[in-house]
Design a protein around this ligand. Structure first.
Ligand code: GNR
Ligand code: NI
Length: 170
């Protein structure tokens, strides 16, 4: 397992649409394990493959509390098949947009079909933080960031700030 460097805004990779995983082979399992190690190291509660530069439809999540044992979940080719009419608001952050947080409203619950780390088709019903995190990660697979769900003024300010930082480092 390897900790990989994180892709940071405004890297255009974050806007790329990821492609489906065709087969869960040893390379994909290795990628999932690297993603988990990178997520725990950050630390974060979720990570999409594109955040370490791999444009495949894969994400990992662990929303267990610190005083609980780890509950890693690997989602391959996730598809949202149902969302609740009820909405909920969470303060979101993103490992690719360090130290910026904003409230985002999303469906409070959803049902997701996906392939697990063993190649088996699964269905999961989620609510609470897991539902929010799943939607945040599935957005990444489509090149969408949580700042796309806030006001244009705020979004433009964040992008401007991170563009400046990237230029100063270049
Ligand atoms: O670590 C993370 N925390 C978080 C908090 C609220 C809503 C979504 C998230 S996901 C984020 C990690 C990340 O950037 N995943 O793409
Ligand atoms: Ni994110």
């Amino acid at each position: 397992m390897t900790i990989k460097p994180l892709i940071i805004l405004p890297d255009p990779l974050l806007r790329q649409v990821s492609t489906p995983v065709e087969q869960v082979d040893s390379q994909i399992i290795q990628l999932a394990d690297d993603m988990l190690e990178t997520m725990y190291d950050a630390p974060g509660i979720g990570l999409a493959a594109i955040q370490i530069g791999v444009a495949r439809r894969m994400l990992v999540i662990d929303v267990s509390r610190e005083d609980e044992e780890n509950k890693p979940i690997v989602f391959i080719n996730p598809e949202i098949v149902k969302t609740s009419d009820e909405l909920s608001t969470y303060e979101e952050g993103c490992l690719s947009i360090p130290d910026y947080y904003a409230e985002v409203e999303r469906p409070a619950a959803l049902t997701v079909n996906y392939v697990d780390r063993t190649g088996k088709q699964q269905t999961l019903e989620a609510d609470g933080l897991l539902a929010t995190c799943l939607q945040h990660e599935i957005d990444h697979l489509n090149g969408v960031l949580f700042i796309d769900h806030i006001s244009r003024l705020k979004r433009d300010m964040v992008i401007k700030k991170f563009t400046k930082i990237a230029k100063a480092k270049a």
